[in-house]
Ligand binder design. Structure first.
Ligand code: MSP
Length: 480
């Protein structure tokens, strides 16, 4: 039976155009989906937009539009950004999709019938920017600690979800190996230890949302609605076979800001609805731009297109996954994007491919055992992927590319034009290109065309077949 891999991004708020932070998560998911596909897994990659709730309603009011018209004009911005970045998802879900509304209502009804939802009154603070409830002790001068925006006092009739009932089970799940990286576990566990309160999951005065099936006067809390997208996306109601094939998700990818929702709240909902728990919840760090927080309000942000314009698409993809250790924070520095492009891409990999293809064009090659490959540990690379340590994959592959260049210099292959040495180099380049293909698909395709091999994981262990090889075009133009 083919193994499956179901991977998701958060669904983004379409209250503005996507920036590099959103792009990074979506790219990480694309890289992982491509990798598992390369490994022969039946993969499903879901992304989309989170369209309901007060935040979107307020943003649409500012533009004088109704919320649906407002989000409709922003969706193409997301889709075209992902297309420009060569991101290949299987479904783009919108929480305004008709099938999603049905799934949210189905889950709400299930949880309600189980006795896990009750009517009460919420009195407390709410941050619309986070779409989250806050306790007084967590505020800074009546502002939310994340956006530093004034929170609002709410006092209204609401339905509560009995999150507290699942506290022990949620704690156990968070103690297991679901949360990646491991060091993020403690933050979550410490908060659980303070005690889980039941969660307000409905709003009476908010029209822009999905009505509760058991009380039409209330709309569903946006996070309950949003998390459920992971069920809708693979056909929870409309395509049961597909759902049963892909659920549980193998990995939910996101930044650290929303890990709480994807563990505590999401696990609570799934436990109540008697659905399996995702296998991994993966939280990466936050990007800053030139050392400053990325923010649309201050104008300190960079769009995917602007990032591509610095040094090209694959160079942008390379920078994002080599300049930041997955899980840690990182900084986008435009000069460093160029510098890395010139040294690591043009001088190292680009030069290797040019030199080797051009020497082979002149002298040909002769098949033999590839000894250079001993310097690359493929199992280690697979472990890096399995541990979501994408930067380590790039580190190892580029260190290997450096080794290949060193081999040419040490053996003076450029002078001897030894056909067996050239074969080993070409076969090594094949391996580099296959491993790099999830990160830099166009570059890998170009290399595969020059050296005449197909990109699939099995080809790593198959010796490169002898063919006529012509000097390649430069893979990366050097930048001034
Ligand atoms: N709509 C919710 C998610 C619901 S998922 C069921 C939401 N949307 S968001 O538009 O605010 O997106 C947050 C996510 O965007 C982060 O978790 C991360 O994936 C990405 N990022 C936004 N800014 C980022 C950085 N500066 N750096 C890295 N990732 C960032 O939360």
């Amino acid at each position: 039976m083919t193994k499956k891999f179901y991977i998701t991004t958060p669904i983004y708020y379409p209250n503005g155009i996507p920036h590099i932070g959103h792009a990074y998560t979506t790219l990480a998911t694309d890289i992982l989906a491509r990798y598992y596909k390369l490994q022969g897994y039946d993969t499903f990659f879901l992304t989309g937009t989170d369209e309901h709730g007060k935040k979107i309603e307020e943003a649409s009011q500012e533009k004088g539009l109704n919320p649906k018209d407002f989000v409709d004009q922003l969706i193409p911005e997301f889709k075209s950004a992902w297309e420009k970045l060569n991101i290949k998802y299987d479904r783009f879900i919108r929480t305004s999709d008709v099938d999603h509304q049905a799934v949210v209502q189905n889950i709400l009804q299930k949880v309600y019938d189980k006795g896990d939802i009750y009517l009460g009154k919420y009195e407390g603070w709410y941050c619309t920017a986070c779409e989250a409830y806050y306790q007084e002790k967590d505020l800074e001068n009546k502002c939310c600690p994340v956006h530093k925006k004034q929170v609002e006092w709410l006092e209204e009739e609401t339905y509560f979800f009995k999150l507290s009932k699942y506290q022990n089970k949620i704690k156990e799940l968070c103690e297991s190996d679901i949360i990646v990286p491991v060091f993020r576990k403690d933050e979550i566990l410490n908060r659980i230890k303070e005690g889980l309160k039941d969660l307000s999951i409905s709003r009476k005065n908010l029209k822009w949302g999905i009505p509760l099936p058991f009380d039409e006067n209330h709309t569903c809390y946006v996070w309950f609605d949003a998390l459920t997208n992971y069920l809708t996306g693979i056909g929870y109601l409309e395509n049961k076979d597909n759902f049963n094939k892909y659920w549980p998700a193998d990995a939910h990818i996101m930044a650290k800001d929303i890990l709480w929702f994807h563990t505590v709240i999401w696990f609570g909902i799934l436990l109540s609805a008697e659905l399996e728990i995702p296998k991994k919840v993966v939280a990466h760090g936050y990007w800053t731009l030139e050392g400053e927080k990325i923010s649309k309000t201050t104008g300190n942000y960079i769009t995917p297109q602007e990032m591509i314009d610095i040094a090209g698409l694959d160079s942008a993809r390379y920078y994002l996954f080599s300049a930041m250790a997955f899980g840690q924070d990182g900084d986008i520095n435009k000069n460093l994007v160029k510098e890395k492009h010139n040294t690591e891409l043009a001088n190292n990999l680009g030069n290797l491919v040019m030199r080797v293809s051009s020497l082979i064009e002149k002298s040909g090659l002769e098949q033999c055992e590839n000894k250079i490959l001993e310097k690359l540990d493929i199992n280690k690379i697979q472990n890096h992927f399995a541990n979501f340590e994408l930067h380590k994959v790039l580190e190892d592959v580029f260190a290997f590319s450096t080794e290949c260049n060193k081999f040419i210099d040490e053996n003076a292959t450029w002078k001897t034009k030894n056909k067996q040495e050239l074969y080993q180099l070409a076969d090594s380049i094949k391996t580099i290109a296959i491993i790099l293909s999830p990160f830099m698909p166009d570059t890998s395709d170009n290399i595969a065309k020059t050296f005449n091999f197909e990109i699939n994981w099995e080809n790593i262990s198959k010796p490169l077949e002898i063919s006529e090889i012509k000097k390649s075009q430069p893979l990366f133009a050097k930048l001034l």
